[in-house]
Design a protein around this ligand. Sequence first.
Ligand code: SAM
Ligand code: SF4
Ligand code: SF4
Length: 348
Amino acid sequence: MTTSTFDGRPGVLDRRGRALRDLRISVTDRCNFRCTYCMPAEVFGRDYAFLPHSEVLTYEEIRRLAAIFVDLGVGKLRITGGEPLVRKALPDLIAMLAQLRTPEADPVDLTLTTNGSALRPLARPLADAGLRRITVSLDSLDDATFRRMNGVDFPVTKVLDGIAAAREAGLAPIKVNMVVKRGENEASVVPMARWARDEGLVLRFIEYMDVGTANGWRLDDVVSAAEIVAAIDAELPLQAVEANYRGEVAGRWRYRDDSGEIGVIASVTQPFCGDCTRARLSAEGKLYTCLFSAVGTDLRAPLRSGASDEDLRAILERVWAARTDRYSELRTEATSHLPRVEMFALGG
Ligand code: SAM
Ligand code: SF4
Ligand code: SF4
C-alpha cells in the first residue's frame, strides 16, 4: 500500500484522489422513530418488512470487516443505523471495535449517532465498553415540534435526559445534529443554538437532503446553511473558522464572544464531494461508497463462504479504487427521483 497524496497517511485512493478514512457501520435498519425526513410513518408502517435477523451481520462479522477497513487506512468508525441502540447488546460490539488499532498503532476514533431515546440506560455501558464520544440527533427543543418530526409522538424531555446520561457517563464531546426542514422547525434554529451554547454541546445543523426516495424531498424545503447562519448571526454574532482537517464535512462558525461554536453541514448548497472519504457498511453487509448509491457490493456472501482477510481486503481495495461518486455536486430536483437506497438502510 502506498502513502496517499491525500493526507500523507498510508491508504488506497479512489479515482478522484480521495483516501478511504471513515467507515459508517449500520448495525440495524430498524428504528423506533419515524422522522418525517427519513422514515415517514405513511411509508414505513406496521407491515414494512425490515431485514430478518439472519440477514444482518453478526458483531463478529462487523468486527472482522472493520479490522480490514482500519488496516486499509480508516481511522474513524461511526456506528449508526436505523437506530443503533435498538440492537441488542450494542456495548459488546463497542468493546470489540475499541480494541482496533490503526497501522500507526493508534486507537480508532469510535463514535455513534443515535436518536437519544434509549441513552439513559445505555450511556454508561457504552462508555464502559470504550465509547468516547457520541452524536445525538435532536431537531427541536419545542415538544410539539419534536413530537411531530419524530413521527411517534416521542417527548423531547426523554432525549434531553438521554443527553444528560451521556454527560454523566463521561462521553465527550457530545455533538447534537439538527436537520432543518422548511415549514417544520426553522423556528427552532436560534433556540437550539442558544441552548447548545449554554450547555457546552457542539451543535451541527444539517441541510435537509434528498436521501432515499420516501421523504418527498423538494429543493424548496431545504433551509440553506446561509439562511441558518444568518438567523443565528442576527442574535448571536458569528465568525467563520478554518476547517480542522481535510475532509471535515461541517463548515465551522464560532461565536464572536468566544462562547463556543456551531457546525453547518451544507451538503445541498455547498457540496463537499471533493473531500469525501466515507464508506458505508449496511446492516446486511453491503458496502456503499456514497450516501446516494443505488447499489452496494455484497460483503456478506464472501464473509459467509470462507473468504480470507486477504480476499476481503482485495474486494475493498478494488471497490474504493474504482469509486467516482460525487452525487451532491450533480444534484438537481430531477436527480432526487433517481433510484437509491434509503438512508436508514445504508447508515446515515
Ligand atoms: N437513528 C440515528 C439518528 O437519528 O441519529 C442514526 C441514523 S440517522 C439516519 C443519522 C443522521 O441522519 C441523523 O442525524 C439524521 O438526522 C440524519 N438524517 C436522516 N435523514 C436525513 C435527511 N433527509 N436529510 C439530512 N439528514 C438526515
Ligand atoms: Fe430513525 Fe434516525 Fe431515521 Fe429518525 S433519522 S427515523 S431516528 S434512523
Ligand atoms: Fe460523499 Fe456521495 Fe455525499 Fe458526495 S454525495 S459527499 S460523494 S456521500
